[in-house]
Design a protein around this ligand. Sequence first.
Ligand code: 13P
Length: 253
Amino acid sequence: MARKKLIAGNWKMNGLMADGVDLAKGIAREVKALGKPGCEFLVCPPFTLLTSVKKALRGAKVALGAQDCHFNAKGAHTGDISPLMLKDAGCSYVILGHSERRADHGESDELVCKKAAAAHAAGLKTVICIGETLEQRNDGKAIDVCSRQIMGSVPEDSTSADTVIAYEPVWAIGTGKVPTAADVEEVHAAVRKVLSKKLGKSNANKMRILYGGSVKPGNAKELLSLPDVDGALVGGASLKVDDFLGIARNSGC
Ligand code: 13P
């Protein structure tokens, strides 16, 4: 079965109301103009913009996602947001275990796994992020690190219907540096093998593995035509309508 490509924008901590709504409207307009795109689209704005962006996307085939959630449904967790709240705000996806959260908030594989299980239970799909640091890559440990993160961060009962993996080498995020196509394919193929061991061959073959890290319109074609690359998780370039859609168009969407 062919895996439909997913072009996902992670807006990170960017966007005040007016700009965020404009961006969402622009993306909605351009996605509608594609007619029947061959890809799926997802945007993940900050929490404060979720409901406004949801409205701005009305009528366009663009899913809404958040960038994190708590593992509890409700309760005394000041400053946190639950999966049910995200669902209630119109989200169908949540990004979990992004390297910025792993670094800034000390999130472990175990915590990411707990959050993912809770998100799935609430009916959300997860985009679970993995990726090695530059030091780990230089030590030849990229595949070991990613394999360990998959084993620890992905719940046992995850399926291709509720889970997307995003491989984002930490050193490629926001730096303009991108691994060679051969290196990207090597990690993605290895990740699929680990997924096969963990979740079974059928889930692994159907599960989408996105690449993230300095994806731009100019490198999208090469990266997204690799056999095990099933889309992109885009940071900086997802904040401009032309760049985000350029990535999609250059990937054959
Ligand atoms: P950049 O596209 O800005 O490198 O960010 C990638 C990323 O972290 C997406 O989650």
